[in-house]
Design a protein around this ligand. Structure first.
Ligand SMILES: Nc1ncnc2c1ncn2[C@@H]1O[C@H](COP(=O)(O)OP(=O)(O)O)[C@@H](O)[C@H]1O
Ligand code: PXP
Length: 270
């Protein structure tokens, strides 16, 4: 068992060779924010699945079991946090539930952060069969849940047309047992802004997020990692955690956006 105060996270997410989603989005920022990160890759793909050709491999359940067994045998499976994201198979998500049980035996105070990565803008980008596993098995185990609007609607079966609808969805997720619900983005803003909302049993905060005119992939994964890290660093101060998470994200998203515009400018000069 670890005796130092360094936060230690096991992060189970995707890996891509090119670009930044899943563990490629989460690991480095978490390390910068002081976390010791152990990473298991649910898939190893060339790129994220928005590309035309999807090539790579999916971790099998027995391979995942072997990795977890290795950590346990070597007694390096004490974690303060457990973070899960992109996973394509309902079976591997069920396996994650049993991993939580094992990790909680080592640390009953383990914080489980569940990013129910399923889709965005009305479309699923994982098989439909993962939805009931999130809804009925993993979500009830989550200390922190970080869905986007589409994912929150899918999990609850409710629609978010206005702030009142968002609060009903948040309540439904709390009623499933989730301590902290964070909607990483919703369409409740306007042309220029999206809205993020964070809620626990004591309070609920809304934040206005200025929109850049581009679509980003991997920002949801970064959001979940940053929210977990800032929650730890602010001693679970919900308002500060939401502000810091968005401020860090905006800095990175703006930089990416400016660079993309810069590249376009260079390209146009040729
Ligand atoms: N177009 C955008 N402009 C500005 N910020 C964005 C944009 N897209 C995403 N973000 C940032 O990334 C965060 C997570 O985005 P979200 O769309 O909820 O993730 P995902 O759909 O990938 O799970 C948002 O809270 C916001 O801070
Ligand atoms: C392999 C992989 N991991 C993770 C994600 C999740 O990305 P986001 O953070 O944008 O939800 C995607 C979305 O295409 C993906 O293809």
């Amino acid at each position: 068992m670890s005796t130092d105060s360094t936060p230690r996270v096991l992060s189970i997410q995707s890996h891509v060779v090119h670009g930044y989603v899943g563990n490629k989005s989460a690991v480095f920022p978490l390390q910068v924010l002081g976390f010791e990160v152990d990473a298991i890759n649910t898939v190893q793909f060339s790129t994220h699945t928005g590309y035309k050709h999807i090539k790579g491999t999916i971790l099998k359940n027995e391979e995942m079991a072997e990795l977890i067994e290795g950590l346990a045998l070597n007694e390096v499976d004490y974690y303060t946090h457990f973070l899960t994201g992109y996973s394509r198979s309902p079976d591997s998500l069920k396996q994650i539930a049993s991993i939580i049980t094992k990790l909680k035996q080592k640390n009953p105070n383990l914080i489980y952060v569940c990013d129910p990565v399923m889709g965005d803008n009305g479309k699923m980008y994982v098989p439909d069969e993962v939805l009931p596993v999130y809804r009925d098995i993993l979500v009830p185990l989550a200390d922190i849940l970080t869905p986007n609007q589409f994912e929150a609607e899918q999990i609850t079966g409710l629609t978010m047309n206005d702030l009142d609808g968002a609060l009903k969805i948040i309540d439904a997720l709390h009623n499933k047992g989730v301590k902290t619900v964070v909607l990483s983005s919703t369409d409740l803003g306007d042309e220029q802004n999206m809205i993020g909302i964070a809620s626990n049993k004591d309070s609920c905060y809304k934040i206005v997020i200025p929109k850049f005119g581009a679509t980003f992939t991997g920002t949801g994964d970064l959001f979940a990692a940053l929210f977990m890290a800032w929650s730890h660093k602010t001693n679970k101060n919900l308002k500060l955690t939401l502000e810091k998470t968005i401020a860090t994200l905006q800095y990175i998203v703006k930089d990416t956006f400016d660079k993309a515009r810069g590249l376009l400018f260079v390209w146009l000069l040729r």
